[in-house]
Design a protein around this ligand. Structure first.
Ligand SMILES: [Zn+2]
Length: 182
């Protein structure tokens, strides 16, 4: 799904909001950074870790004993009203290491768009994208969004979809590896 709002693309040249963030939000973000969407070929560094250098620092986070490099993808949040937010996966690091506090609407959507709390039309749109999005990368991203918003009801459906002979091998590989993270 095409995100409507962008959050957390911080710049070292501009101030940002600071404050405490609920542990539930951090748990949801930790789950999300394991399967970033909108992946890029390069990795964007953190410039706040390198205040006196022009070059940023590559950052990663350890989640459940596994190191996840950040800066090469984004995470999504789905509100009950159907709004979709995108944020760089670096947002996890910005919050944990630099005290960033994202906007309340974004944090609310993160908590709402989580395991069965999102509305049915969002799930229908995501399933449609998994099957028919013109770009195969968008099919993978929609599958991961689906795992995020409703993993319990989507895992079986996705497992069947990737078995179909019409499923693109790239989609099959990416979705199967995302399902293994559940
Ligand atoms: Zn940093």
């Amino acid at each position: 799904m095409i995100p409507k709002f962008n959050v957390g693309w911080l710049s070292r040249f501009r101030p940002f909001a600071e404050g405490a963030v609920d542990s539930e939000v951090m748990d949801i973000l930790a789950f999300q950074v394991k399967m970033p969407r909108g992946r890029t070929r390069g990795k964007y560094p953190c410039y706040f870790c390198s205040a006196f250098r022009a070059k940023g620092v590559a950052v990663s986070v350890e989640i459940g004993g596994v190191e996840h490099p950040l800066g090469g993808g984004e995470i999504h949040a789905f509100s009950k009203d159907g709004d979709v937010f995108a944020a760089p996966d670096l947002i996890y690091h910005y919050i944990r290491s630099h005290g960033y506090r994202p906007p309340n609407d974004f944090m609310l959507a993160l908590a709402e768009g989580w395991e069965g709390r999102v509305n049915g039309s969002t799930i229908r749109i995501l399933r449609e994208l998994v099957e028919n999005a013109p770009r195969i990368e968008d099919r993978v991203d929609a599958a991961i969004d689906l795992i995020q918003v409703a993993s319990a009801s989507s895992a079986d459906w996705l497992s069947e979809i990737v078995k179909l002979p019409t499923c693109h091998p790239y989609v099959r590989k990416q979705v199967e590896s995302a399902l293994r993270l559940l």
